[in-house]
Design a protein around this ligand. Sequence first.
Ligand SMILES: [Zn+2]
Length: 528
Amino acid sequence: MSQALNDAVHWADLTADRLIRAEDKDTYTLASGITPSGVVHFGNFREVMTTELVARGLKKRGKNVRFIFSWDNYDTFRKVPVNLPNQDMLAKYLFQPIVDTPDPYGKHESYAAAHIASFEDQLKKMGIELSPIYQATKYRNGDYNEQIKLTLRKKDVVADILNKWRSAPLPEDWFPVSVYCEKCNTDKTTVTAYDGDNKLSYKCDNEGCGNVSALDLSKTGRAKLPWRMDWPMRWAYEKVDFEPGGKDHSSQGGSFTTAKDIVKDVYDWKAPMYLQYDFVSIKGMGGKMSSSKGNLVTVNDVLDVYEPEMVRWIFASYKTNVDFGLSFDLDVIKNYEDFDRLERMAYGLEAGNEKKIAMAKRVYELSQIREIPNEMPFQPGFRHLCNVLQINDLDVTRARKFYDADIKNDRDERRFQERAQRAAFWIENHAPEEFKFALNKEAKNIEANAAQKAFINDLNAFLKANWNNINDDKELHEKMYEMIHTHELEPMPTFTFLYQKLIGLDKGPKLAGFIRTIGLERVSKLLV
Ligand SMILES: [Zn+2]
């Protein structure tokens, strides 16, 4: 197989190869990070997935990966999000570290901890294993104090780098550090002097505080490097080989540009290999979510509709510098169909040119959370599954009976359960109205002419007599047309008549397949 050659075209593998070419070693440190200052949403997830896929690329080359993830929970709580309860309580913690801001729902240790716990749980569901680093813990332990002192000593070097991109230069008395006041815990402080060793003097400008004091940099955990210095410091501290960054950090003169110089001139280290990633948008969410969650879609929201493997597949299918929209509307059906096609291609069950198949295989591998099964998992078509579920009042257990013969092993079972639950959720929460239906509970009396009455009697009799001999949807479809013709009826109003009899609507799923899916017992009860 030429897979080893071809799979290098995936960007995750290309990046892995570039890393190995730059320096061939056993273990690579891959980093990413997020500030848990609000709900960690699906857009943030690209930060993690980009790193995760590069990690997979390296592992495929037999390398070890140390995947570190920085939770920037020592960042400052700068704004109370409008959609949270206990606004007044939260407002009291403005300008304090988010690690000290209480969880407004009262469930977690802090505001930051709530977001962290929720996101870490979502990462597990996506099969992502990483080592979290809690920056508040690092800073408060004093782990970075030597780096802080070094930054302060080299403040002119830092200022020169930053000034290259500033319209007005930093003032002479600027210091590359912020301080959380020992009295009021806010960062509304000004550093006034540094003695070149351990003494950092500051005054607090917070209204009603006015604390004037000095920190001992051999002990304190109250000094913190601002983002533009914090980022390169951590590259050097953790010896990071690779880290992705969003568009907001990647512009000319943005934090990556300055960090690249700072890491070299201040910390005597080099910038990691960097990959810029683009935005992810959400399509077809409707008004429902936006009202309750401030328009933020989380990984959990996405997992309500898509299987975890599919979410990974979507990220693996796009180059990092391409933005894409994830759909919650009718495109969900198409996405399921596309994923199923990729899966069949990966198992050699669908035609395609060699290059396309090799790529499909690699993308499929990258999408997997567990070992790839030897046999392709059962694929209940999403659209069909939606019909079966709606015929069965969205009851997954009853719907499963329809697929009994297809579910042969644990993986098939997991596929069915995961997909059926998602299909039911999607129908209830996101599917357009015209997609929804419920099977009539009993025969419905609809005004009909003699020809229509005769037709429906004939159709019912035919179904009863031939049910087990109907080979496929096409055969039934043709038979129905033949009968419509015999009774000199028009097809369109006749179909409407049948839909009314079955689901009380003028339209519905393709009739022949629909009738076969409903099953003889219920169909023959309704078509009278
Ligand atoms: Zn203060």
